[in-house]
Design a protein around this ligand. Sequence first.
Ligand code: ZN
Length: 317
Amino acid sequence: MTRKPDSRHPSRLMAPCLLGVCLIWIMGAGIGTAQGAALRVVVSVPPQKTFVERIGGPHVTVRTMVQPGHNPHTYDPTPHQIADLSHADLYIRIGIPFERAWMKRICSANREMRILDARPETDPRDPSAPGHGRERPGAAAAEIDPPDYHHGQHGEHDPHIWTDPILVKRMADKIRAELIALDPDNAPDFERNYREFAAELEALDREIRALLDQASDRTLMVFHPSWDHFAAAYGLTFISIEKAGKEPGPRALTALIEQARRERVKVIFVQPQFSRKAAAQIARAIGGRVLAIDPLAADYIANLRRVARQIAAAVRE
Ligand code: ZN
């Protein structure tokens, strides 16, 4: 398949019109893939930008919707960001709450833009199921506005799937296939970049496993439930302070303090996009401390390694 030139790539329309449309098509195919415009990709959160850049290299330019420091539950794209979508070739969604509120607007901003749902359909860590594991609830859904959605929170399924590097490898494979479909001339680069990135993700997974294997206390406390996939991958349990998107009231706080004592929790994890007030109250009560870890950091591999080390240190305290 060859990318067809269109008005979104003005550089390719500068071909002399001597032979009319045909020449534009030929020039478009040649320039667009060999030395011309990079694929314009828009993603929802900063880690995705890293994933696409790792595979696309110089053949992609990537923009992120949810800006650093903003909350992906309640983020509202700026009018400029929505207008900018008219230049995009591809939007990669990942299942975070803001998408559900905005996906219709995002799609209607550019009907020709391809939409890739990067969520893996199955759990690659589940060896029990035939093929490649069981269906991940909600993961395959291409739905735009499920009826049970409430803006500002997620239900029982943690949408931060990228905290598990093996799930990222799956997502990277989907990105690889999509980039090849859009820009087949650069397929060898995309294949090579994918293989390198996948090998790094597998190494990171082994490294984190080795770090956390020794931990005797495997229960941790976190304000916002963003690390369920990380916890599931490495046999940890995160008790979430926030329930259904709400801060705990006095009674829930007392119960959490008792639970933290019982489970010998020493560190309460928070993330920069959320309040740390409740976490600080619990930490004071149990004589523990508050530590910030960020699931949205753009430097994905280094960040996840750093988080794993902080968690390993916390469970050893
Ligand atoms: Zn969340």
